[in-house]
Design a binder for this molecule. Structure first.
Ligand code: MLT
Length: 403
């Protein structure tokens, strides 16, 4: 008889951003006259840049000509893109070989799929709050124990609180995890980690033989000097860390889909190289990101492409400044928005995160994301994204100030 993966039944409700979307739709249906502004999900609003569009057009033309047509892409990625990525790492002093880079359809898939190569019973540690994909996907694989609705905690997850009291920076856990998920600049708090702090994590992971999954999706937003763009800027990271990157937030590929994972060959569990395991997994379950999209990704690393990324990031960071300064002047306690496109605020008057979501939607017709959706320590906080249009961002803040 057919049976299901019962781990799915333990998952609470729906995926965070599906719940937010559902609530927003219900409000808009009930209030068709209201102009609702979305500063919830971190989805970009600027169009793809000129060099990306040019690369896409020319790749489409190649696909329409028998002489240049491409079928299946190499399952681990085209060499032209992996080589551009390798050079980008080299420019930051990291020595990453082409066969240590795996191209994919985005960092979200990689974050979720990487668990395929872990043992069933590894114990994970996560920053709390954090991007929900790490915990949810491990829950789907049955690694997280049981979910307690009241506390919002899984029994087999090591939570590392990131709250105002510790400046949103996790401490080394007292219980030793097998896998440590770190996301910096952080989604959702917008906090960053200094190179010295990250070095402590790398040393800890090497000492305890733990694996770090380093999600660097927001590295393009780093504005401060002492903040590392890659974990491989730290000594010893090649033997303990996997890094994931995305083209979504720097180059606006949220709808175009492209990302990559770096697994150094020196990274081993016993004498098994994780690089070979992931190559086996990737080659079996993935047929490669489309040629035209990988050509677009290559354009992001051209001199012109890099300039365009800087402009896009600058545009969103101006939004971040408007949100941050506006909220501060309205009396909110705010963090983030300096090395990341997310602003993290304390909800006023001890409102819960979801109460504030309803309040903001009702009073200002602005959608944000409840902090508790990112983990139990996110309760009482709220996230606004800087990825909106300038006009909407300014208007949303004006409305919030008047609330
Ligand atoms: C977010 O809003 O946290 C992100 O956009 C979600 C994602 O990148 O998948």
């Amino acid at each position: 008889m057919f049976r299901i993966n019962e781990n799915y039944l333990k998952l609470p409700g729906s995926y965070l951003f599906s719940t937010v979307g559902k609530k927003a739709r219900a409000f808009m249906e009930a209030n068709p006259d209201k102009k609702v502004i979305r500063l919830g999900i971190g989805d970009v609003t600027l169009p793809l840049s000129k060099s990306v569009i040019t690369a896409l057009h020319s790749a489409v033309d190649e696909m329409g000509d028998a002489k240049t047509f491409k079928g299946y892409a190499p399952d681990l990625g085209y060499e032209f893109l992996r080589s551009a990525i390798r050079q980008e790492y080299a420019s930051r002093g990291a020595d990453i070989a082409i066969d240590e880079i795996f191209i994919s359809d985005g960092a979200k898939s990689d974050c979720g799929n990487i668990g395929d190569i872990f043992a069933d019973d590894v114990k994970i540690a996560v920053c709390d709050p954090v991007y929900p994909v790490y915990v949810d996907t491990n829950a789907m694989s049955g690694r997280t124990g049981d979910y307690d609705q009241a506390s919002g905690r899984w029994s087999r997850v090591i939570y590392m609180p990131c709250v105002a009291e510790n400046n949103f920076s996790p401490s080394l856990p007292s219980e030793v995890p097998d896998v440590i998920y770190l996301c910096f600049p952080n989604n959702p708090t917008g906090s960053a980690i200094t190179k010295d702090e990250l070095q402590k994590w790398v040393d800890y992971a090497n000492e305890k033989k733990a694996l770090i999954i380093y999600d660097a999706a927001y590295e393009a937003y780093i504005s401060e000097e002492n903040v590392p763009h890659s974990i491989y800027e730290c000594d010893g990271a090649y033997t303990c860390a996997i890094e994931m990157r995305s083209f979504s937030k720097n180059a606006g590929f949220t709808g175009t889909r492209l990302g990559f994972t770096v697994i150094p060959k020196a990274l081993k569990a016993g004498d098994v190289a994780l690089n070979s395991l992931w190559a086996r997994r990737h080659g079996t379950k993935f047929n490669g990101a489309p040629y035209i999209i990988q050509k677009a990704g290559e354009a992001v690393y051209s001199a012109e492409g890099k300039k365009e990324v800087k402009e896009m990031v600058g545009f969103y960071m101006n939004n971040a400044r408007i949100i941050r300064e506006g909220l501060v002047s309205a009396g909110y306690t705010v963090s983030g928005g300096v090395n990341a496109p997310y602003i993290w605020l304390k909800t006023p008057g001890n409102m819960s995160s979801w109460e504030f979501f309803d309040y903001l939607l009702e009073k200002a017709n602005v959608i944000g994301t409840p902090g508790s959706g990112f983990g139990p320590s996110g309760e009482g906080y709220f996230r606004l994204t800087a990825f909106g249009t300038l006009e909407n961002t300014v208007e949303a803040i004006e409305r919030i100030k008047k609330m």
